[in-house]
Design a protein around this ligand. Structure first.
Ligand SMILES: [Zn+2]
Length: 143
């Protein structure tokens, strides 16, 4: 009974140590994803606006016909509107955190089989989740 209590206690301490570590990882990962998405949209916006600026300039220099200018300008404006819409939807989204969490877990699921292990309650060896018994000591991993 004492040993069981000690086992639970050391397990609880282990969880208390590990949980903040995992949380820290999650925050870091979220930040990276958020910045990447954000950077991508900002870069896209810069490119599209730059293209429109160039087009306006070329039109003013007389390099483009009115017809071509209106056609390309319309296409570029539609593209810019899409990018602005995407940025706005991220900015205004109350589910931004949920979105980030979903992306993080989607990334994690890719190496789920490799990273998820069950710790043997008897010898603390790491076993694949699919194992029913510990590979080291043969203890039952299902409780
Ligand atoms: Zn074991």
């Amino acid at each position: 009974m004492v040993y069981l209590f000690c086992g639970i206690l050391s397990g609880a301490i282990l969880v208390a140590i590990c949980v903040p570590l995992f949380r820290k990882d999650d925050t870091l990962e979220s930040t990276i994803i958020e910045e990447t998405e954000w950077d991508l949209l900002q870069r896209k916006k810069d490119v599209v606006l730059g293209n429109i600026q160039d087009l306006d300039f070329e039109y003013k220099c007389g390099k483009l016909s009115e017809e071509d200018y209106q056609k390309i300008r319309g296409e570029m404006s539609a593209e810019a509107a899409l990018v602005f819409q995407e940025i706005e939807s991220i900015e205004s989204s109350k589910d931004l955190d949920a979105l980030i969490r979903r992306e993080v877990s989607a990334r994690k699921n890719k190496n789920k089989t490799a990273s998820q292990t069950a710790v043997c309650p008897s010898c603390k060896a790491q076993n694949p989740l699919t194992n029913k018994f510990c590979a080291d000591c043969g203890a039952n991993l299902k409780h």
